[in-house]
Ligand binder design. Structure first.
Ligand SMILES: [Zn+2]
Length: 390
């Protein structure tokens, strides 16, 4: 019965919000008033299909403006949410909050192409990280707003905006994720994190389990029994976007999933880490029926993720000192987002490439996540999705 299903969903959602200690924010700008917004300049259009501000750039800057009156005094964050068509053709989306109508003194924030993914995108911005131009300030009135979008030269890209929300808040999360199932993920990562009863996630390649340098089945069983997620990194770790036949994409995903299930590792078998982070529309289609998919684009993830098939990460760059990774934990705690670390091998000595991260540095990051436990939870991927009602 449709009625009971929707009631049940509502219960799940409110329970999920409770688990995330979700606090609704306030609307700063609805991005829906067609009589207030106008095109200020550029080649492209500013329209309101379905009552939402939509901007199209035909390869040059296009700016939409409106008069307004608010300030960000005492504000902590701004949440910006938008839908992108042709995301690979979009270069830059920039927001301006101005203290005058001539845009002399203002605050601004830019989201460049490397942070843009297909479909819905969501960013929570620390207002203290808005860039100040002229004598812009969080304490001054904002009287004019502008959004400027820019597609690549010769390309056309459009974006549709949801309301801009101030101070939505919830409890942040840290997820320690390890790809490929390297043996050091058991000997170093699992053994060290167990000290704090902190769970992690291993994205397993079934065909590598028990081969030299990879974890064994016995190790996976032990890891899983301590509450870790074992996610699907596909059967053979092929670049899915390069597979000619969509049937092969489905096969790579479903064989990995079936292997996890057959071995009793069902908790996260429907969560996929795309090999090399590579995906295309056919992969996304195959993922419709799965719980979540993980790419390798760097960002703090918002909760719930705007698209379950495109969950972002914070890469443990091999040159990054612990302070840098700890900063991602701080940011997730502050923004109420998710810091999803991606590690591969945990090595002693200097890490040589992005498949490696130094073990002493790793331990410092784990120590730090534990020390911040009053403000942020270290969870598995599936626990996080549970908390989002997904
Ligand atoms: Zn991999």
């Amino acid at each position: 019965m449709a009625w009971s299903i929707s009631r049940n969903r509502k219960n799940i959602e409110s329970l999920a919000k409770l688990q995330r200690s979700f606090k609704k924010g306030q609307i700063v700008e609805p991005c829906s008033d067609s009589s207030a917004w106008y095109k200020a300049y550029g080649t492209g259009t500013v329209t309101f299909p379905d009552g939402k501000l939509r901007m199209m750039s035909a390869g040059t800057d296009v700016a939409a403006r409106r008069g307004c009156l608010f300030n960000l005094r005492g504000a902590k964050t701004l949440k910006i949410r938008f839908y992108l068509d042709n995301h690979t053709d979009m270069y830059d989306i920039q927001f301006y909050f101005s203290h005058d109508s001539t845009f002399t003194d203002y605050l601004t924030y830019s989201i460049r192409f490397w942070r843009l993914s297909a479909g819905w995108n969501e960013h929570i911005i620390d207002v203290n990280k808005l860039v100040v131009r002229g004598v812009g300030s969080l304490t001054r009135e904002i009287v004019s707003m502008q959004i400027r979008v820019l597609a690549y030269e010769g390309k056309t890209a459009s974006v549709t905006f949801d309301p801009i929300i101030r101070d939505e808040s919830q409890r942040g999360k840290v997820i320690f994720m390890f790809d490929d199932g390297w043996d050091s993920q058991y000997t170093e990562a699992f053994k060290y994190m167990r000290k704090y009863s902190m769970p992690g996630v291993i994205a397993v390649i079934p065909t590598r389990v028990g081969t030299p340098h990879y974890v064994t089945m016995a190790q996976l069983k032990e890891i899983y029994s301590y509450g870790w997620d074992l996610a699907n990194h596909t059967e053979n770790h092929l670049d899915l976007a390069t597979l000619g036949n969509p049937m092969l994409i489905e096969q790579e995903i479903s064989l990995g999933e079936a292997w996890l299930n057959a071995n009793g590792f069902s908790r996260a078998s429907n969560i996929v880490a795309y090999p090399f982070g590579s995906y295309d529309n056919r992969v996304l289609l195959a993922m419709q029926s799965r719980r979540a998919g993980r790419i390798v684009m760097d960002d703090t993830v918002t909760q719930p993720p705007p698209d379950k098939r495109l969950v972002k990460i914070q890469r443990a760059d091999y040159t990054a000192v612990p302070d840098k990774l700890n900063g991602f934990i701080d940011e997730a705690a502050y923004l109420g987002g998710v810091c999803l670390f991606l590690f591969h091998k945990i090595v002693s000595g200097t890490a040589a490439d992005n498949l490696e991260y130094n073990v002493d540095f790793f331990k410092q990051v784990v120590d730090y996540a534990y020390s911040r436990r009053a403000d942020i939870d270290t969870v598995t991927f599936s626990e996080w999705l549970d908390s989002c009602g997904m």
